[in-house]
Design a binder for this molecule. Sequence first.
Ligand code: MEV
Length: 419
Amino acid sequence: MTSRISKFYQRSPEERLEIVAESAGLSEEEQKILSGEKKFSLNQADHMIENVIGVLPIPLGLAVNFKVDGKDVFVPMATEEPSVIAAVSHAAKYSYSTGGFHTSYSGSIMRAQVQVTGLKDPYFASAKLYEAKEELLAFCNEQDPTLVSFGGGAIDLEVKLIQAEHEKMLVVHLIVDTKDAMGANTVNTMAEASAPLIEKITGGQVVLRILSNLADRRVVRARAVFENPFGEDREAADRFMYAYKLAAHDPYRATTHNKGIMNGVTAVVLATGNDTRAIEAGAHAYAARSGKYETLTRYEFGDNGNIVGTIELPLAIGLVGGATQSHPVAKTATKILNAQTSEELSGIIASIGLAQNFAGLKALATEGIQKGHMKLHARNMAAMAGAKDEQIDEVIRIAAENESYTFDGIKEIVKNLQS
Ligand code: MEV
């Protein structure tokens, strides 16, 4: 299977679905789930959250041209933002010829925090906790024999002293290998269950018992060589690096830079039914871990005008459990990715983040993003301006002829067509 499909964007949604259905071996039913022919019912929604009154459809697109760790992959992305899927597919083209993206993973290690208060001797209590480490880990592992049978479970313990206003508190970090699960339920269960034992060991009172979304032991790294995108135009290449360096040194720019990365990351996280807020919170906290908010990507010049890029971020995502399996669209989208482990899925998501950022910087360093963005947004604007479905192609044709994609211009075209 090759993910390198020329002019994929020019195909109809039905043709695109056919291509991916064939490569991912999607059943008739799975195809109907993706196309919306088989609707996500109110009843299904009612099983997922509370007080359901409806469902909110978000477009699901497919990023092409991705090769990750030697494997070609179509990447489903759920997003309301135009340009994102075009951008990552465009960037991936520059990396495909040089071997694609290469990734590494620190392991599916999550942490739960158990806060202990009311201690007159926090250092002494901390020492006692470390002594009881094996007992505590064994107790935690009794809470999830299934995870243990898959080779996961509580593996370590860290005790941190926190100086709050009026007292020194302890926070026990239960370090848990959650394997292919995101792991929130597992670690929260362990944290809650172990609270009485921790109180007994320390003599303190436990308050909070919850996972930390700063998943700094679940870090994924990806790298790619982007084939010289600027040809002989050295000035454009320098502008690219200037654009990156501003992000590397200025938190105002770094925030927008990282937002662009998350445009890609979050879209895959959402498509696979994972927790977008956990990923966003973890990524931004990780970006600020030095005390200064920094970029999640880095760029350097490679050989022959190539640009080498890297990304590093925590990704607490799962392949088993949660909406990944219970939401029919997310389940089917995950099947398209054909990832066997959460490690593999994390590598793909990190690659998407890097690709998104490379494309963003490339556009920002040259023509700016508005031209491409407004062009891709034009269909949306035509619909907002009241164009009927069958008029949209004509509106876009006239806008292209006028070389103008402003909303006022589009409104004028629609008005003329309908007068
Ligand atoms: C827009 O959603 C994202 C960008 O602003 C990211 C960036 O500036 O790098 C284009």
